[in-house]
Design a protein around this ligand. Structure first.
Ligand code: PMV
Length: 331
């Protein structure tokens, strides 16, 4: 943003004036799944929380006359005009749907530029965050207020294109911007933590599209339904115990529950040697517990730490080969 920019507070984002032209800037956070990934696709509960240190940012500016809505994705060197039948590209698709819901038909001449600090294909909700920031920018420019559930429902449509059979947990936690207890097909329950939790997020540096891991789990479940249903039930039990511990402020109980959840994910077949090594390194350097987070096979792991241990765990993860390690607080 240049020095000519002047900021004005705006209900759903920021209205900025740039050389006399209105701009809207909106954001959406990344997310982690604390408990319950994969089992959540099969109707079991999951606990997820936003990661506010990682963000997708959409900046909406007036475009050229007659261009319609154009998405600029400079981070990946892409640019696309949004058409009503943009069903092939998740972000164009969610933009077209939001234009319809907001009754912006015919579409105005707007350019939406997206930047994101959320690594892609790594279990941190990059796709859902990008879509959420875009929907929010359109609502802000239209002067409309969309409830979190409405934003979430729109973003869910793009999630289906990103990875086939999403549970909806990513779009829900990102649109609500709060820790949630989530079960497929039920209204999410945002909930309050008794105490903030400090987590270290370690990135294997291995991109792993969620759709592939989810597809492999589905085939394994079809081949051995009883075994997989029992594994999903075990994860559901852990998620339930974890919710009690989080609401009761019992961080000591949470660590072993994370370890337990990771072991079950190993048995489901979605861990990797990199994820296992980073989880082990975190535990050995004082973390209370550690597990993979998200689709698995690569992407990120999370470790629960006491705040004064966080930097030690970060250093240990980097020494064990993590591409990056960041500290985040879930509150
Ligand atoms: O990898 P992510 O961040 O998209 O998380 C996916 C979580 C899964 O449970 C594996 C899939 C889903 O749709 O819930």
């Amino acid at each position: 943003m240049g020095v000519a920019a002047r900021r004005v507070d705006f209900a759903l984002g920021r209205l900025l004036m740039y050389h006399g032209r209105a701009m809207f800037q909106t954001t959406a956070p990344g997310k982690i799944i604390l408990f319950g990934e994969h089992a959540v696709v099969y109707g079991r509960p999951a606990i997820a929380a936003p990661v506010n240190g990682l963000q997708a940012t959409a900046t909406l500016t007036p475009g050229r006359p007659g261009q319609g809505v154009v998405l600029e994705l400079p981070d990946v060197g892409d640019r696309m005009a949004v058409t009503a039948d943009a069903a092939g590209q998740p972000l164009a698709h969610v933009t077209a749907l939001a234009l319809e819901v907001l009754r912006l038909v015919p579409p105005p001449d707007w350019t939406i530029t997206l930047h994101s600090t959320i690594p892609v294909a790594s279990g941190l909700g990059s796709g859902a965050a990008a879509a959420t920031a875009i929907v929010r920018s359109l609502a802000a420019a239209a002067g409309a207020v969309l409830a979190p559930a409405q934003v979430s429902a729109l973003v869910f449509e793009s999630e289906k294109l990103f990875h086939g059979t999403p549970s909806g947990v990513d779009n829900t936690v990102i649109a609500f911007g709060r820790p949630v207890w989530f079960m497929r097909g039920q209204p999410p329950e945002p909930f309050t933590l008794a105490h903030p939790l400090t987590l270290v997020i370690g990135d294997t540096g291995v991109a792993s599209p969620t759709g592939i891991a989810v597809g492999d789990v589905r085939r394994a479940w079809q081949a051995a339904p009883e075994r997989y249903e029992a594994l999903f039930d075990a994860i559901a039990q852990v998620a339930l115990a974890a919710r009690r511990a989080i609401e009761g402020g019992d961080a000591d109980a949470l660590g072993p529950l994370m370890d337990h959840n990771h072991e079950t994910l190993q048995r489901i077949g979605v861990s990797s040697t990199d994820l296992d090594r980073l989880c082990q390194a975190a535990r050995q350097s004082g973390a209370l517990g550690a597990k993979l987070s998200g689709g698995g096979r690569g992407g990120n792991m999370i470790a629960l730490v006491w705040p004064d241990q966080a930097q030690r765990v970060v250093q240990r993860l980097l020494a064990a080969g993590a591409a990056s390690a960041i500290v985040t607080t879930i509150a």
